[in-house]
Design a protein around this ligand. Structure first.
Ligand code: CAA
Length: 401
């Protein structure tokens, strides 16, 4: 039987980031609350020219280039996002030009809070498994700017970034298990973003409980699906979770292991081995909403693909509102060499620390853009190699690059 899964991946991040110790100091909060209490270290801050289209395009160009993928082989492009730039035109339509995708390509956007990327991934896998792909590959992109109110409780759990993935037969990185997934859905008001607002509204403590309830619901559904397929649901050597902030992954691991009869101490003792390597990137970037689970997977592969070759990894995706899914994949033999070529962590090397006044000026500029779309480029200089949002002319969004 042909295998289907993630053949290549790449990430993109804004050029600026904030040290969360600096933010804690500015907000009069003990830094230990952010670093130890929430498990966050730095958060990426997107400048106005680094909108979700620009971030997505950067990630897609990297995955096509470093993954040595011919764009003409792509037949489906789905962008998962909860920070779309338009109520109608999808980010995928902008990517079609910016990434040089072929005319014979289905392009669209998927929305369900942080679950949109997983919805795209599942559709891509099923599209290939059904035969509709006819040998073509799918491009699944997750791109978001996680934004809460300045000085709100959610402020230290912001971030921004994109993850692009090529889905194909005989994948070089991770083979997934088509049809063997566990879904869970419920109508809850834990986190949402009204049409009139760029900042999310969140019932923080309730959102944590909704996440944990959905985790157990998806796990139970996954156990049933895996057993029907003759797969041991717990035969995984690592787990990647949706990571709104590092501590949430620890809470998730505790809850899952408690559900399986383990104590909190046992879960904590296993956490570094089971989950730890998936958190390196998110500690640098923060929450990237739809891309969060896949950023965790990229982080884990970057850190230890060689030891994971041939092993199964458990994956858990959560989108507020809510919809969740648990599934698993096997890291392919030879994945470590591909991971090296893809230079997954390289975009983190060329960033700049922002001061608190710079960060607050970016947030103020964002609010102004909402009131009055700029007809001039929102930045004085745009780095030549990057795709950048440069303003609105005759109601049309313009991109450099
Ligand atoms: N030293 C060490 N730890 C400290 C501390 C100190 N000085 N002060 C507080 N802490 C600890 C607290 O004990 C607490 O730990 P536990 O959670 O283990 O109990 C932790 O720091 C956080 O403290 P609070 O609970 O007081 O934090 P808060 O009320 O300021 O808000 C939050 C935390 C609710 C997560 C808030 O940041 C928030 O609303 N974030 C956005 C929503 C979110 O990320 N929800 C996650 C689930 S929903 C989801 O996953 C979808 C998505 O992507 C948004």
């Amino acid at each position: 039987m042909q295998s289907i899964g993630i053949d290549a991946m790449a990430i993109a991040v804004p050029e600026g980031y904030l040290e969360l110790r600096d933010l804690a100091e500015a907000r009069g909060v003990p830094p230990a609350k952010y670093v130890d209490g929430l498990g966050v270290v730095r958060m990426a801050v997107a400048a106005p020219h680094e909108d979700p289209v620009a971030l997505a395009a950067d990630a897609v160009r990297r995955v096509l280039d470093l993954g040595e993928i011919d764009p003409s082989t792509i037949g489906l492009c789905i962008v998962g996002t909860e920070t779309a730039v338009d109520h109608s035109k999808p980010i995928a339509a902008y990517l079609h030009r910016l990434a040089g995708l072929p005319d014979r390509c289905r392009v669209y956007e998927a929305k369900h809070a942080c679950f949109g990327g997983t919805a795209g991934l599942m559709t891509a896998v099923d599209w290939i498994a059904s035969g509709s792909a006819r040998g073509r590959k799918a491009l699944v992109v997750c791109s978001d700017i996680a934004r809460y109110g300045v000085k709100s409780a959610g402020e230290p759990t912001q971030g921004a970034g994109a993850v692009a993935m090529i889905i194909s037969t005989n994948p070089r990185l991770v083979a997934l298990e088509p049809g063997v997934t566990g879904s869970f859905a419920r109508d809850v008001d834990d986190f949402w973003r009204p049409l009139y607002s760029k900042d999310a509204v969140v019932d923080g403590k309730h959102s944590v409980q909704c996440y944990l309830d959905a985790l157990i619901g998806a796990y139970e559904a996954y156990v049933e699906a895996a057993r029907e397929a003759g797969i041991d649901p717990d035969a995984v050597v690592r787990r990647c979770y949706h990571v709104p902030y590092g501590k949430m992954a620890r809470k998730a691991h505790r809850a899952l292991l408690a559900h399986r009869g383990h104590t909190e101490d046992e879960a904590d003792a296993r956490f570094a081995d089971d989950v730890g390597s998936s958190l390196h990137f998110s500690a640098e970037i923060g929450n990237v909403y739809t891309g969060s689970l896949y950023l965790a997977l990229a982080s884990m592969l970057e850190a230890e693909a060689r030891v994971l070759e041939g092993e199964r990894i458990g994956l858990f995706s959560y989108g507020s509102g809510c919809c969740a899914e648990m599934f698993a994949g096997r890291v392919q033999q030879g994945a470590a060499a591909i991971v090296e070529k893809l230079a997954l962590g390289a975009p983190l090397a060329s960033r700049r620390a922002l001061t608190i006044p710079e960060y607050e000026a970016i947030r103020a500029a964002d609010a102004e853009i909402d009131r009055r779309p700029p007809s001039e480029p929102p930045v004085a200089s745009v780095a030549a190699r990057r795709v950048a949002f440069t303003g609105v002319e005759a109601e049309r969004r313009l991109y450099h690059g």
